[in-house]
Every structure is written in structure tokens, then in C-alpha cells.
Write a protein that binds this ligand. Structure first.
Ligand SMILES: N[C@@H](CCC[C@H](N)C(=O)O)C(=O)O
Length: 257
């Protein structure tokens, strides 16, 4: 039995258990422990778990796990990790850190974390839906009214379809509110449920709107709050993509595992 000290953070309702693992005391091969800590009944409860570790090439490394123990890039988790790294005294208001897809720059301004995402040059049109990888793969579907769909039922149809069942995909439902505003609901693989917000999903959503009309800054109204995605559009794709929004400490504690 070990006693683990943790912090709980949330970014627009996407919630994470955060652990300072600079001394490598947390065994990250033990995915059962990851899943247990994220369990909302038998553990702390979270959409994912993040370890902050040291890096030789950047300010720190963020190691992200979905609540089932699988790994990918997490946009909201990255924003929370930046806030946590500042709390730990590793950084001030600007940083370059490592995530599963490589290096990211971020800055904190007035409690808002601006996270630079990698350039996106590729997408696929599937009927009227889009498939865009923003560090994690996102299936995008525009709908009339996001309040009138069940993201779990509809999301699972796509996520477990023949094409995606093996590796999974996140499924986003978008409703266009005005020229540069989208309502969004997301079914996340690895959580296998709707989450209140998904940063890489909001990024993919904003880029998909830009594929339909000229826009370079999009407001995303997620179930757990508001995010903004800004970018430059070129013939070859999208650069200077920033995901911006709040990230907050919720509570801290200790748990026996
Ligand atoms: N909530 C995240 C995305 C986390 C990864 C995703 N579930 C996947 O496995 O692809 C975000 O804010 O980007």
C-alpha cells in the first residue's frame, strides 16, 4: 500500500488528477492504479490523470492518461498541467513543455492558459463530417441542435464503427451559433463517455469551421465553459494554433492505493 498525494484540476469541466512525479515515485506502468484513481466511485474521480515529470530538453514533461489508462494528447489537461507547474514553482507565466506529441509552448495571462498546438495540414471529409487530428483524432459532425442529440448514443455509433473500433476516435457534435461561435458536445475515447469539454476536440471543431468559411478565431461553448481557438489559415493547412481558456485548482488530498 502506498499513500499518494494528489491535486485535482479542471479546465472548462474536463477534470484531472494531477501528481507531482518529479521523483518518479508513481509507477506509471500500473494502469489499474491510474484507472482506480480516476474512478468516480472507488477513487478520486476524473476524466484523466496527469503526471508532471522532469525533462532534460523542456521545463517539464506532462504524461497524460485517459481514465481507462490509455494515452494521447489532452489539450485541457495540458492547460491544467501548465497551471500546476506554475503552482509547483517549475515555471513562471511562460513555458515550453513536453507532451506525448512533442514540445508545446504555453503562456498564462490573467488565469487564462494559451496553449500552442501543433500545425495541422491534413484532414479527411467523410460525407459531410470531418476527421481531423489535433494531437488526438477527432470526428466532427455539424448538427442542427446539440441539445437534441445524445452524444453517448450517437458518439458510440461512430467510435465503435468498423473503421474506428480498434484505435477509437473522439466524436464531436457542433451547432453553429453565429459566424465565429460553435456549441460543442464531445464523446471521448478512453473515457468512453461524454466529457464537459475537450481541448483537442474544440481545436478540431474550430478548424473544421474554417474549412467551411473564412474565420481565424472561433469561440467554443462547451458544456463546462468557454474556450477560444485562434489560428492562421494557409493553402497548406493551419499554423499558429492557440487553444485558450481557464484552468483551475479544485482541491488536494491523499489517497491510499
Ligand atoms: N480531453 C482531452 C482529450 C484527451 C484524449 C482523448 N480522450 C483521446 O484519447 O484521444 C482534451 O482536452 O484534448
Amino acid at each position: 500500500m502506498a499513500l499518494i498525494e494528489f491535486y485535482k484540476y479542471q479546465g472548462t469541466g474536463n477534470d484531472f488528477v494531477m501528481i507531482d512525479n518529479r521523483k518518479l515515485t508513481f509507477d506509471k506502468q500500473n494502469l489499474k492504479t491510474v484507472a482506480k484513481l480516476c474512478d468516480r466511485r472507488f477513487g478520486i474521480g476524473a476524466d484523466g490523470l496527469i503526471l508532471i515529470e522532469t525533462s532534460t530538453s523542456a521545463d517539464f514533461e506532462m504524461v497524460y492518461f485517459n481514465s481507462d489508462g490509455s494515452q494521447s494528447l489532452c489539450g485541457n489537461g495540458s492547460r491544467c498541467a501548465v497551471m500546476f507547474a506554475r503552482f509547483l514553482g517549475i515555471i513562471n507565466n511562460e513555458t515550453t513543455f513536453l507532451a506525448i506529441d512533442g514540445e508545446h509552448y504555453a503562456k498564462i495571462e490573467d488565469q487564462i492558459v494559451h496553449l500552442k498546438m501543433h500545425d495541422v495540414s491534413d484532414y479527411e471529409l467523410i460525407g459531410t463530417d470531418y476527421l481531423i487530428d489535433t494531437g488526438s483524432p477527432h470526428y466532427i459532425r455539424f448538427v442542427e441542435d446539440t441539445d437534441r442529440i445524445d452524444p453517448v448514443v450517437e458518439g458510440r455509433k461512430v467510435r465503435y464503427s468498423d473503421r474506428f473500433s480498434e484505435k477509437g476516435v473522439n466524436v464531436n457534435f457542433l451547432q453553429q451559433v453565429n459566424n465565429n461561435t460553435l456549441k460543442i458536445r464531445t464523446y471521448e475515447r478512453g473515457v468512453e463517455n461524454e466529457t464537459l469539454s475537450c481541448g483537442t476536440g474544440c481545436t478540431a471543431a474550430a478548424l473544421s469551421l474554417a474549412l467551411k468559411q473564412p474565420v481565424n478565431s472561433v469561440n467554443l461553448l462547451a458544456m463546462g465553459g468557454q474556450l477560444n481557438v485562434s489560428f492562421n489559415r494557409h493553402d497548406s493547412g493551419f499554423t499558429d494554433i492557440f487553444l485558450s481558456g481557464p484552468a483551475q485548482h479544485v482541491f488536494r488530498g491523499q489517497i491510499q492505493v
